[in-house]
Write a protein that binds this ligand. Sequence first.
Ligand code: ADP
Ligand code: MG
Ligand code: MG
Length: 891
Amino acid sequence: MSGDTAVKYLYDMSEGDATMRTVLGGKGANLAEMKRLGFPVPDGFTVSTAACVATMESHGEWPDGLWEDVEAAVERLEERTGRTLGGERPLLLAVRSGAVFSMPGMMDTILNLGMSDETVEILGAESHDPRFAWDSYRRFIQMYGDVVEGVQPHVYEDELTALKAKRGVENDTDLTTEDLKELVATFKEVSRRELGRDLPTDPREQLRGAVDAVFKSWDTPRARVYRKANDIPDDLGTAVNVMQMVFGNRGDTSATGVCFTRNPSTGENTIYGEFLINAQGEDVVAGIRTPRPLAELEEVLPEAYAQLVQTLHDLEAHYKDMQDIEFTVEDGTLYMLQTRTGKRTAAAALKIARDLVEEGVLTQEEALQRIEASQLDQLLHPAIDPEHGKTPLTKGLPASPGAAVGELVFDADTAAERGNNGEAVVLVRYETTPDDIHGVIVAQGVLTAHGGMTSHAAVVARGMGKPCVAGAQAIRLNTAEKTLTVGDKVFNEGDVITLDGSTGDVYGEAIDLVPPQVNEDFSAIVGWADELRELGVRANADTGEDAAKARELGAEGIGLCRTEHMFMATDRLPAVREMILAESVEDRAAALEKILPMQQADFEGIFTAMKGLPVTVRLLDPPLHEFLPSLVDQSLLVQRLELTGGDAEELDEARALLGSVKRLHEQNPMLGTRGCRLAMLYPEIPEMQTRAIIRAALAVREREGETVGVEIMIPLVAYSAELEAQRAIVERAVAEELQAAGQEIDVTVGTMIELPRACVVADQIAEHADFFSFGTNDLTQTGIGISRDDAEGGFLSAYVSDEVIPANPFESIDREGVGRLVQIGTERGRSTKPELKVGVCGEHGGDPASIQLFHELGLSYVSCSPFRVPIARFAAARAVLDARGEATPDA
Ligand code: ADP
Ligand code: MG
Ligand code: MG
């Protein structure tokens, strides 16, 4: 130990164990653990991550005492092994990087350290195998020159290839001792040429250089890129493992290999691996010789194979998870060189977790912690074959996950027609409107040139679990010519494209897909989550079809049924416009009479699908002008009619409509006459909607013998007086309908909480509410003061990439701000009504990180799009485990 510091920089392998990965790195901690358990691991020591960090902090200068620590550790190792570095019985070392989180292949390794002109002779004599000794020497020069001295690796590779060509042989193993001696001489020569000096021959100098090079390999560009892609902090540093060499290149009784305890792509419980006879280090993965399937090792080295199989079994049982292992057999004797939890596909992750529970290795709760929500998500959508290797044409926002392949169509009618014929089409629009819905429904996916994550296309696509890439700004559309252009590439109707809604990538060709994999493993695992979770999980659904889908995926009710989508359907717009344009209460009532049966029919569909479960119906929310043509379009129409001097009646109508459009036009409609504000002005609207809801509920009970728990929700409440007034309207209509029918039914009335003021005065609002539901989309817009559609293509994406904020607050809730508003609203609401039911119906209801917060805040349920329901069920269970503070196992 160094005198002037309390930090311990060096650990003998016998001092460590698997819990010490922060200090020893994953590789070092697991090597120590294997040694502790009595598995055959070559002896050694580990220089801690702290030493690397200290070195980086002082710009490459090693901390005081570190070198002395290393020298002392080498002496101890020499004593234990009975060998000495550079001595009569030479000790040869492997110097290996090992970070806290594994970064496979990103950092450096140096093998056969301690080699020199003297050592090679001794090693050859000692092993009676000079060829092996010279092979080890040439490998050492290659690795040391590359990793420590920065010689380009091809310099050595080229010489090796040239020699093999000269000898007319294909494999490294075909080179003779004399060949290898010649190669060593050449390697020394080219090193001298590259460096202007000889490589160091003093093994202690080599060791110092190697450890230092491993420290530095933490900061290589590829390591940085890997860390960024995997969210690994840059300041952790790497440990350095120094251990005795064992040799897989000692002829035909030696081998090296890598293996998994289960199949990492399918999860199947069979050992999966590869090996090479007479090879060392990275030969297996480097593709110099084609490795052989592990099963063949049984024929070649039966004893080592049997021991390996037993070891794989024991290691998996010990770590209780699938392991990724490196081993070497030296002259028939097995050595373990690494074990770590193996990376696997999503499908394999589920199968392995389920099998381990069935085998009694894991509890259900432990198994849930081995799975990530993103893996479930992958399995819920047909996915792009990960091996495709194609370059995308352009990129938009990843608006709705999943992959779509189909022929380009430019309008919804064509999409509908061809889609209904069973053809695979991808609908491309500048942006979609409610009128495009028929095309969207049958298309494989939707691509838009404009619009953000809440654009119509995005919302609708997500709701339907349909892939969507929105706002792909680089595409130019010519709908008249039916062409899509990106740069100089032009696509016509009928050309095939592929969308990856999970990344936003667009491909100008067909890419193979792999189908969704909601299998028994998936259902079993989400079933375990149900046993554990405390949050309820509901779905957001506006149609009977969506409701049925939601129920199938395990929704326990509807948390948000938006009624405006019903108003927007093409066959209803005329009646809705009539209502908006009505000059008198009577006219309006007459128009609403027409809409009522349509609404009732919609509700009956949803209530039938959800009978026995609660359904929250939100009364009309958006501003009325959304149901009218745009100001620009209508002005142009009037102008055209004026110019052509056409039909007078048509012109009058167009002018009247333009007048209404102007009258209803708002500068900032998001903060305008919408939600309950509209209902305050036109109380006939909530009244009609309530009647339709009650009639539907009664009709479904009559027909099905059972109906839903009716929950009527008032949107955009800021003042308790608003809710008080709206509640009175709703209650009166309910009472009248029930009296007219001579029936009873339970109805609750609650409110959406989506304004900061509502959170602050939630205690007052709760006096009139049976339940709260946080509309976290609008609460994020109003709470942070961001217009989502304007921001997502603009400053917000810059904020995320520049790390001004950790994540897009519309995807994952802003814990400190908006999350706090949710907390305040919940606490104050429950201060008035302790039993108040509180839910979330924004898109955050399907986001695992947000769900974790909602669990912590003690909410009653989350509600999300039907296709997110299984993920929410799973995430709610993980939130319970996380809140208990059980750490997730090593990655
Ligand atoms: P990576 O993190 O890139 O896998 P490793 O440190 O695991 O790097 O080393 C790469 C390879 O070097 C191992 O797969 C193994 O074959 C070989 N190796 C490592 N340590 C030893 C050792 N003590 N004796 C022999 N070979 C070793
Ligand atoms: Mg490597
Ligand atoms: Mg390795």
